[in-house]
Design a protein around this ligand. Structure first.
Ligand code: DAH
Length: 344
């Protein structure tokens, strides 16, 4: 038994406490009524009467030492502030990560790019400050054609040939001027229009343009590509429809609607109220598209007898608003963290 006492005494002397967990270990062993020291006191009852006195003395000494050391450890931990002595309590919940997150428009743009890259499209870029040729004339907008009016253009006052692009279709022209077919590319970017800012419109926003030129490209390819896109973006059950439309640079042209994501296409909400998002029509426009007009091919030096192609253009804000159920375009540009953090 004396041996056990000596061993425990050595352990006590060499014990080093760095945090509350260590302190608790110490308490269990030397102070607690169920600890090793308490056990020795139990053993003492069985010791022979002649040895009891000495053993009892040693044990009492050990007990006092333990109490003193416990007190000392307690004090040091309470006073400690240094980094090496900060307690690490592994049972605490983690501190929430405060790093930033991507903007919902970036998330949407990346998703769009991802979908089209898998369909074999590459990504191209073009200038936001543009000339009349690339933004209008080469896209078959005749001079004084009312279609120019549709796009409230910001011109440079001193030089009306310099403007802020009104759409990303300018990059189609730049790509075709530079490259021979086949071309399969999407072109994301920012565009500008002189419009009053409201819940539905802003003076700048983002588009993704698409262009596919090769031999024998047909409307069926356009349809298949856009079906695929809509399903990847909004889910396999989404329905889409093509409506005849007009753009100077495509013939035939179409606008594409998806089933309203708010009312599921029924036009009424679950509580029987009319759906305001699709104005009860059950459909929402997501993009414009069409087969590239032969006149455009001629402007860029392609032979319309040899190649054909399709193009499309979509508004990134629109796609994002429908994806996340956002009802005001201005939210994207106000930089309100309460809004932005919801996309982390
Ligand atoms: N540029 C058009 C716009 O901003 C969108 C568009 C429609 C682009 C049809 C296209 C297209 O490439 O084929 O409203």
């Amino acid at each position: 038994m004396q041996e056990k006492i000596t061993l425990l005494e050595q352990e006590l002397k060499s014990f080093q406490g760095r945090n509350t967990a260590d302190l608790e270990l110490f308490r269990m062993k030397f102070i607690s009524r169920k600890g090793a020291l308490a056990e020795l006191f139990e053993d003492l009852k069985e010791a022979s009467p002649e040895r009891k006195k000495d053993l009892g003395k040693s044990l009492n000494k050990l007990k006092q030492e333990a109490e003193a050391k416990f007190e000392e450890l307690n004090q040091t931990l309470e006073n400690s502030t240094g980094p090496g002595e900060v307690e690490l309590d592994l049972t605490l919940p983690p501190i929430p990560n405060k790093t930033g997150n991507l903007h919902p428009l970036s998330l949407t743009r990346y998703r769009i790019i991802e979908i089209f890259e898998r369909l074999g499209f590459s990504v191209a870029d073009g200038p936001e400050i543009e000339d009349d040729w690339h933004n209008f004339s080469a896209l078959n907008f005749a001079e004084n054609h009312p279609a120019r009016e549709m796009q409230d253009t910001f011109f440079l006052e001193r030089n009306p040939d310099v403007l802020l692009r009104t759409h990303t279709s300018n990059v189609q022209i730049r790509l075709m001027e530079k490259q021979k077919p086949p071309i399969r590319a999407i072109m994301p970017g920012r565009v500008y229009r002189n419009e009053a800012i409201s819940a539905r419109a802003h003076c700048f926003f983002h588009q993704v343009e698409g262009l596919y030129v090769d031999k024998n490209v047909g409307f069926v390819d356009l349809k298949q590509t856009l079906y695929q896109f809509a399903r990847e973006m909004y889910g396999q059950d989404i329905d889409i429809r093509f409506r005849p439309s007009f753009f100077p640079f495509t013939e035939p042209s179409a606008e594409i609607d998806i089933q309203c994501v708010i009312c599921g296409g029924s036009g009424t909400l679950r509580d029987g109220q009319a759906c305001r998002v699709c104005k009860t029509s059950g459909w929402l426009e997501i993009l414009g598209a069409g087969m590239i007009d032969p006149a455009v091919f001629e402007f860029v030096g392609y032979d319309p007898e040899k190649v054909s192609g399709f193009a499309f253009g979509m508004g990134v804000e629109r796609i994002a608003m429908l994806k996340y159920g956002i009802d005001d375009i201005r939210l994207f540009f106000q930089n309100d963290l309460r809004f932005l953090r919801q996309f982390g």
